[in-house]
Design a protein around this ligand. Sequence first.
Ligand code: HPA
Length: 278
Amino acid sequence: MYTYADYQQAVAVIQSKITIQPTVGLVLGSGLGALADTITERVVIPYETLPGWPQSTVPGHSGQLVIGRLEGVPVLAQQGRAHFYEGYTMQQVTFPIRVMYLLGVNTLILTNAAGGLNRSYRVGDLMLLNDHINLIGMAGMNPLVGLNDERFGPRFVGMGHTYDAGLREMARHVAAEHKLPLHEGVYLCLSGPNFETPAEVRMLRAWGADAVGMSTVHEVLVARHAGMRVMAFSGITNEAIDVVDAPVETNHEEVLDAGKVLVPRLTAVLRGVLKALA
Ligand code: HPA
């Protein structure tokens, strides 16, 4: 378990290197890190120089913070994240979110690579999260379990307004302006690292999930606990396979390949939203 001082220590190291105070946090998922390449007035901080910060061990996650401006907005972008399946605790995986909060970030935008469960979703599509199913949280893996530190938020957190309605409206507006199709749906979080079996895919779809992945939800919980405004996008990198003995198998390479199509689309939407926020 971290103490408050552990978070403050990482904050102090970051503060010693930056002059721009970020108000918007960006978490860039598998294959989506290139989004941060256009941040201007940038300061880059490798995760390994930050005390307490979990390292990302997965290809497609470069493992650094980029702090600067995007569309004039002071942002802090996480190029790559750590996952529960890498062996980290839920507290470790969400450590960066509390550091962002203490730095003054009040709006958090998360992205992830996800499998499409909804039959109308295709590879390369974007889904704006309007809700989630925290399946690993229901099984006990929840970052808010343990003694509650009131400095970060209250013991019990309501989840009826998790994905900010105003930010979602902005995203819809920007996507329409760019003639980019944007689904809106429910993201379901599993621990991974294996992809789902066909039987699991059919079950998750029947439960009302539109996309499935291995991240985001625990970060969202910690951000909402702290009262941050949250928006999140899934990039659909593969269609989840729902029959046994299919001629194809889901793999990480296709996830990263789809990222190349998704980055320009996500960049357009995020830039538009930031412009509206500026
Ligand atoms: N399942 C879980 N996580 C994922 C997938 C998937 O199909 N694609 C990308 N991340």
